[in-house]
Design a protein around this ligand. Sequence first.
Ligand SMILES: Cc1cc2nc3c(=O)[nH]c(=O)nc-3n(C[C@H](O)[C@H](O)[C@H](O)COP(=O)(O)OP(=O)(O)OC[C@H]3O[C@@H](n4cnc5c(N)ncnc54)[C@H](O)[C@@H]3O)c2cc1C
Length: 412
Amino acid sequence: MEERCIIVGAGHAGSQAAVSLRQEGYLGEIILIDDEADIPYHKPPLSKAYLKAPDASSLVLRPEAVYRDNSIELLLGAHVSTICVDDRKLALSDGRQIGWTDLILATGARARIPDLVGVGARGVVSLRSIADARLIRDMMAGIDNVVIVGGGFIGMEMAHSCSVLGKKVTLIEAAPRVLGRSVAEVVSTHVKARSRAAGIDVFTGVQVAAFEEKDGRIEAVRTVDGRRFEAEMVVLGVGAVPNVELAIEAGLAVDNGIVVDSHLRSSAPHVYAIGDCAIYNHHHVGRRIRLESVQNATDQARHVARSIAGRPGPYRDVAWFWSDQGDMKLQTAGLSFDADRHFTSGNPEENAFSVYHFQGTRLLAVDSVNRPADHMIARRLLAAGVSPTEADIAAGPQHLKQLASEKQPAPA
Ligand SMILES: Cc1cc2nc3c(=O)[nH]c(=O)nc-3n(C[C@H](O)[C@H](O)[C@H](O)COP(=O)(O)OP(=O)(O)OC[C@H]3O[C@@H](n4cnc5c(N)ncnc54)[C@H](O)[C@@H]3O)c2cc1C
């Protein structure tokens, strides 16, 4: 068979992989398959701008002509039901079978649905796709009370978007702080205070017990500590689960994600996994992690395209992320899990500051609120493997930029 690369999933990772393969000079056939009917689109605006000013055309990742001009066959509304790694074939749910020489799994993740009484009531929704966003937008038109369950990035963004639209918003987070898995405590405290000041009722350390419904429609949220919050709509923002069923059935190694090596190769030859569905050993933290971010999806896609085009190498890109919540632009560079020391630069009271996370003297990550220049410099410092001292940070961005440029990026 002539060379053919099939990509399952046309989200941020899959769409980028298809285009990057051509940019890297791949001459074989490329087939990009997704079970959604919409042309590949940007997901971040779904919880931000889209709800406030829905314009689907601005969400399109790449115009259709890009796929056509690059001879990328786009199969939309097509679900891949099985893959067979021995025969190098996959089957679509309409019965079609297609062979490949290389396969990229970019199946993403789906919203986690908590196992709680009443979770199936009308008006209890989650947000992952453009179809979910359309449903939420339509529902919002006739309601006043929204309860958001979960104070992670999507929950916080949704809370601010609903609040701007004039809804009464209550946000319930089970952990002691919002964004607890992702940012420094000082950032969580700041976001909670600022969100409250924006009119959002934020409760932390409060666990949802059940959803009350009337005639099949959501009416209220009950919490374990006995409170009751009226709700005409509930948005679940309690995390995502990777779409790994295809990989499990095909016998690939899976552990909270499709396990890939430093080249993003799965346990089967010629099968790669990238983006939200993949778990890999991150060289910065020295253990397996699964990231859910546009950076991770697109950088891994570029990387795997280089490998397939004959230029393999270990994936070592710096992780970074952003989130827009009301008047706060949050940006994180690096991964702070193992930090034992934190240094704040700037003033939270001015709604502009950065928190530098260290393990000993080694810089691990930087969380920034409305300090985009700090974020960009942090990415450069981390890529170059440069750890500034507190005095360097206090000396200001120009000095840090200089430090970063004095050292070449760490070898790949
Ligand atoms: C509302 C929202 C806001 C976000 N905001 C931000 C942000 O501000 N910043 C940031 O960095 N990240 C953000 N993210 C996360 C980011 O969008 C994801 O990390 C990114 O979309 C992951 O890309 P992916 O290609 O791995 O997965 P996805 O974009 O989820 O794409 C996977 C695709 O695979 C398809 N698929 C799965 N299984 C099959 C199958 N068997 N057959 C055919 N097709 C299949 C799915 O339908 C889906 O279209 C946000 C996510 C959401 C949902």
